[in-house]
Ligand binder design. Structure first.
Ligand code: SR1
Ligand code: MG
Length: 420
């Protein structure tokens, strides 16, 4: 076995020349391969490799955090967890994640489908491009991946084995625990924020209700091992075309609360919503985009809830909420009552997670292009103030916000507030 070594555009050909899964698709003439390192994420190397015969993505983990450097070491085994999550997602929601052609644990390497002409969803949101199929695809993905990875579908033995396996990814969970739930609310070293937000940041860090809410969500993330999470489901982890949606990058996969993936995703739609004022060419020019983003919040949840209910009624063969307690005793209503209770918990958690995600993308280390790409600092700061205000309401009022319509009303009201 060759020792781990980060690939370069120069070494990749030679390192993969003997891998049949690669040469079957690109051909044996490695001189005809074009190799480009295209990674723009925070963590990894990503190579696009094309040849006259085909194309592949080669993703390799680095032993440190790419955006920070060698001073922040990271485990290579995240590649194993990404591969393990991708194969499970492929089985649980077929066609929604890129096909894996080759995995090399020693090189922390996953070779997978080259998605083309897909673009990163976040870039579409910034550019003002709508994707009508997105909410349906993501609602279904959330329901299928979260339900089928949970003890609602798995036996106790299967669920415990899966939890134990993914518990090995604790170092990535540790990043989330710090960057999402704690650092934004203190003066952490790598935090940064837009000048002009100081007063708002100070107010949030002194906000006792908000800090209690953030820590309640951290406790839920760390202790509620309900299902296999994607773990980093933001608009940079989704690639789209006009017809297709692909979910990528599950290297933060871990067992956790169902509401985490749901809330992260909805938060990123809301961040996109508040960022629109920074990108519009004139007042109202992005109204259509704003409407689509709020519609996407609502439809994603509605599709998720409907598909989850369908799976509950047809595939609930695991450890939890056994049919022998309900349907097999003629108590269908009892099963429906339990379903409503589970969905209510997912929704409430999702609100809390959405709130902290919105905050950390403005106050923490890892920001989002939606807001970073706003050229006018004055417009950016207003958009960020609105997103901070919305995040605070979602997290603190998570028990009282009952429906997506209430969330959309809240977002619309905050968007109209003069926070200059
Ligand atoms: C230190 S890694 C920063 C962020 O990038 C990833 O995409 C995750 O969102 C993580 O929190
Ligand atoms: Mg990622």
């Amino acid at each position: 076995m060759t020792a781990y070594e980060p690939f370069t555009e120069q070494t990749l050909r030679q390192r993969l020349a003997g891998v049949p899964a690669v040469t079957d698709r690109l051909g044996r003439d490695t001189a005809a391969w074009a190799v480009r390192e295209v990674g723009d994420g925070n963590l990894n190397l990503v190579f696009a490799v094309t040849s006259p015969q085909g194309a592949l993505i080669v993703k390799q983990a680095l032993p440190w955090l790419r955006v920070v450097g060698t001073g922040w070491p990271l485990p290579l085994n995240r590649s194993f967890f990404e591969y393990s999550a991708l194969t499970r997602h492929a089985a649980r929601d077929p066609g929604r994640v890129p096909q894996v052609f080759h995995f090399d644990e020693a090189q922390a390497l996953v070779v997978m489908r080259y998605l083309s002409p897909h673009v990163i969803l976040r870039k579409s949101v910034v550019a003002g491009v709508q994707h009508p199929q997105l909410a349906r695809d993501m609602g279904l993905f959330l329901a299928r991946s979260l339900f089928r990875g949970s003890p609602l579908a798995l036996t106790g033995q299967q669920a415990r084995a899966e939890m134990a396996l993914f518990a090995g990814n604790w170092e990535l969970a540790d990043i989330t625990e710090n960057l999402v739930f704690s650092d934004p609310y203190v003066e952490a070293k790598l935090n940064r924020h837009t000048p002009g937000l100081e007063q708002w940041v100070d107010r949030l860090r002194a906000d006792r209700d908000m800090k209690v809410a953030a820590q309640a969500m951290k406790q839920a993330f760390t202790t509620k091992a309900e299902t296999l999470l994607h773990g980093d489901l933001h608009s940079g982890s989704i690639m789209v075309t006009a017809q297709d949606t692909q979910v990528i990058d599950p290297e933060f996969a871990i067992y956790g609360p169902m509401g985490f993936d749901v809330g992260m995703l909805l938060a990123n739609f809301l961040l996109g919503y508040f960022a629109q004022s920074g990108h519009e060419s004139g007042p109202g020019a992005r109204d259509g985009m704003r409407g689509w983003l709020l519609g996407t919040v609502t439809e994603t949840w509605e599709v998720f809830a409907a598909e989850f209910a369908h799976l509950w009624r047809t595939e609930r063969t695991g450890l939890l909420h056994e049919r022998r307690l309900f349907e097999e005793r003629g108590d269908t209503l009892g099963a429906e009552q339990a379903l409503a209770w589970v969905l209510r918990g997912v929704w409430t958690d999702a609100m809390g997670f959405a709130g902290v995600e919105m905050h950390r993308r403005i106050l923490g280390l890892a920001h989002v292009e939606d807001l970073e790409a706003v050229a006018d600092p004055a417009r950016r700061v207003v958009a960020e103030r609105r997103a901070l205000a919305c995040g605070r309401q979602l997290a603190v009022l998570r028990e009282t916000l009952q429906t997506p319509a209430q969330v959309c009303d809240l977002a619309r009201r905050i968007e109209m507030e003069n926070l200059a």
